[in-house]
Design a protein around this ligand. Structure first.
Ligand SMILES: NC(=O)C1=CN([C@@H]2O[C@H](COP(=O)(O)OP(=O)(O)OC[C@H]3O[C@@H](n4cnc5c(N)ncnc54)[C@H](O)[C@@H]3O)[C@@H](O)[C@H]2O)C=CC1
Ligand SMILES: O=C(O)C(=O)COP(=O)(O)O
Length: 637
């Protein structure tokens, strides 16, 4: 896919080294940003000292010299840069491998094949899935594949995206996905109608004993009196879960002349009103309904929500339809309720265990109508779902943030495009700030101050916060941070990132005026980087689309954040620029930018020097020996 044809989304996160930082923001890949090359979750991947460096200043770490800390940064930098060469849809060095583990519509497969190597391997055992996954960039599943923590562990960081070709993501371990920086996307809309239609099919079939009568006829019988059914018109249907499927079921049931009520703690009343449905409490719904249709997701709070206690409260002779998930019903309790006659009939498409055991009392029950999870199984829905998920997975592999991301913020493309240069700035500020920390200090809290003329509701900072987290953590660890795992990783490391927005009187045309990163309760190896409040503080802004450093501690500077940076505090006197420039020139280090900021004339000044190459130790030593230089620090961007 061409990288030049579309608007920039955001700059690849790895373009922070001198070789690449001068590139303008390109249509990067979320892949680069999501590119999870870490072999284990961050929490497991750090050496003890690195964890301590971020978490608590253990004595071992306290004794780390600044030189050692610099080495740590250098080692992490080297390994990080070497990891950058992985799959990037822009570079197209390698085609991504996409494993499809369950049957997917042909149109979706075609789209996937146009982008990567597609391996359709159905009915894999968990063991075989774990073996295969280590070479896959994406995995596409339906409800039959359990994407467990073990799968993410076995992926060793290569798996970037799991696409769920359907709605329910209860078969994917989202926590593990997040810890491993793997994006999970689903296809939430294409099978809504199919599931709703199947719910209605089961409702009608159950009420008129269609399945039982059919089986009876096929066994040679003609039992007209046995299969007298019940009418739907005028009966009350309780829709439990008034989401996409639930509301479509409600609409259709009203067309059949049913009274429809619904229970959904999160559904807006106006949506229910628009369909002509009254939202009621759980108890009211189950105690007044003649039919109960389940449409809520399986979550810890909905697991076995239909149990002995619930069945005790329902109207005797109630009929239940479940096209949601088997796990929302305690199946043994349902068998008891059917046996006692409390529940007259059940029509079930989904089961706690799929397929259920052959001798399942529930499936075998004569008043149960069962289908093998067919809710989404229409030709139309499967084609739609396949395209929806293929687009989402290809998009994610290309760098777009999927609108259907389940475990990452959904940031619209136009917001991403606008934030692109600020994303680069944010990461660089994080990287600079952490390099000002003296080796032995543990960073526990960082504060980010955004100065903006925008209304706070009009400024989505999640991406920026993620990049600052990345900038702070990556230089001092082996962690790989992306939008999926940034908050999780920060929390794991005991790093609290707080944000503050300050309104400024500038043009709201630009989302942000300045970004300031403050690290508190840490020692600095460059005293001038500490603000009057005692925090390491640096501030930057985007100028002409490029990130600029505008403030270090209480000194104003103005230097483009490209290449590497030397910060130097000296006595404010003539000739300083020349002296330092000469030393760098002797070693053929090219100065790209230079800016001097001072507090008091002829007293103290800070010189910020952007350099293309990395000066050697000898050159840095010479700078330190210039009599007027009071302190200096070399920082990699
Ligand atoms: N049998 C099949 O083949 C299919 C099954 N499904 C299942 O149906 C479920 C619903 O799908 P959609 O309507 O597309 O999802 P949705 O997300 O649009 O709707 C789910 C609704 O359930 C509500 N909810 C959450 N917790 C609840 C609770 N404790 N009590 C009542 N309501 C609660 C939510 O607020 C939401 O409105 C999915 O989670 C999936 O498990 C979906 C498609 C096909
Ligand atoms: O979309 C859902 O949640 C479904 O349950 C559909 O499952 P399936 O993709 O048919 O295995």
């Amino acid at each position: 896919m061409a990288s030049s044809s579309t608007k920039p989304i955001f700059t690849p996160p790895f373009t922070t080294t001198s070789s690449s930082s001068s590139q303008p923001p390109t249509r990067s890949s979320l892949l680069s940003f999501l590119h999870s090359t870490t072999p284990t979750p961050i929490s497991l991947n750090l050496s003890r000292s690195r964890i301590s460096f971020l978490n608590s200043p253990s004595s071992a770490v306290r004794s780390l010299s600044v030189k050692n800390a610099a080495k740590t940064i250098e080692a992490a930098e080297t390994s990080r840069v070497s990891r950058v060469g992985g799959l990037d849809a822009n570079s197209q060095e390698t085609k991504p491998t996409i494993l499809v583990s369950e049957k997917l519509g042909e149109a979706g497969l075609e789209l996937l094949r146009s982008f990567g190597d597609v391996d359709c391997s159905y009915d894999l055992s968990q063991e075989d899935l774990c073996k295969k996954i280590a070479s896959c960039d994406a995995l596409i599943v339906r409800s039959g594949t359990k994407v467990t923590r073990q799968v993410f562990e076995a992926a060793k960081g290569k798996l970037k995206v799991v696409g769920r070709a359907g709605v329910g993501i209860d078969n994917v371990d989202l926590q593990a996905a997040t810890e491993y920086g793997c994006l999970v996307v689903n296809a939430p809309t294409a099978n809504t109608v199919a599931a709703a239609e199947h719910g209605i099919a089961l409702l009608a079939a159950m009420a008129r004993n269609v399945a039982q009568a059919d089986a009876s006829m096929k066994s040679g019988q003609w039992q007209r009196n046995k299969y007298v059914g019940v009418s739907l018109v005028g009966k009350t249907l309780a829709v439990m879960g008034f989401g996409k499927v639930g509301s479509e079921v409600a609409r259709r049931a009203k067309g059949l002349g049913m009274q429809v009520i619904a229970h959904d703690p999160y559904a807006p009343a106006d949506r229910a009103r628009a369909v002509g449905v009254e939202l009621v409490s759980f108890d009211q719904a189950i105690s007044t309904a003649d039919f109960i249709s389940l449409h809520m997701p399986l979550t810890p709070s909905t697991k076995k929500v239909f149990n002995d206690d619930t069945f005790a409260k329902v109207k005797t002779g109630v009929r239940i339809i479940n096209v949601a998930r088997g796990g929302v019903i305690d199946e043994d309790a349902l068998v008891r309720a059917l046996d006692s006659g409390k529940v007259a009939q059940a029509a079930l498409d989904v089961f706690t265990e799929e397929p259920p055991p052959k001798d399942s009392k529930l499936v075998q029950h004569e008043r149960v109508t069962a289908t093998p999870h067919l809710g989404a199984s229409t030709k139309e829905a499967q084609e739609g779902v396949a395209i929806e998920i293929a687009e989402a997975v290809v998009g994610a592999l290309q760098g777009e943030l999927a609108a259907t991301a389940v475990n990452a913020p959904m940031v619209p493309a136009e917001v991403l495009s606008e934030l692109a240069p600020y994303v680069v700035l944010a990461e660089k500020l994080g990287r600079l700030a952490v390099q000002l920390v003296a080796g032995g200090s543990g960073i526990k809290s960082a504060k980010v101050v955004y100065r903006s003329a925008r209304d706070p509701d009009d400024l989505d900072t999640r991406l920026l916060r993620a990049m600052i987290t990345k900038g702070i953590i990556e230089p001092i660890s082996d962690s790989f941070i992306n939008l999926v795992n940034a908050d999780f990783t920060a929390k794991q490391k005991g790093l609290r990132i707080s944000e503050e927005r300050v309104a400024v009187d500038s043009s709201p045309e630009f989302p942000i005026h300045t970004i300031q990163v403050q690290l508190s309760n840490v020692d600095s190896k460059f005293g001038s980087g500490v603000s009057e409040g005692g925090d390491i503080s640096i501030e930057g802004r985007v100028k002409y689309g490029k990130p600029h450093l505008t403030r270090v501690g209480s000194f104003s500077v103005d230097v483009s954040l490209e290449g590497n940076l030397i910060l130097c505090r000296q006595v404010d006197q003539p000739g300083m620029i020349g002296q330092v420039g000469n030393i760098l020139g002797e070693q053929n280090v090219n100065v790209s930018f230079m800016s001097v900021g001072r507090t008091v004339r002829r007293r103290k000044a800070i010189m910020a020097i952007g350099v293309d190459e990395e000066p050697n130790q000898e050159t840095l030593k010479k700078i330190g020996e210039v009599p007027a230089v009071e302190e200096f620090v070399f920082l990699k961007l």
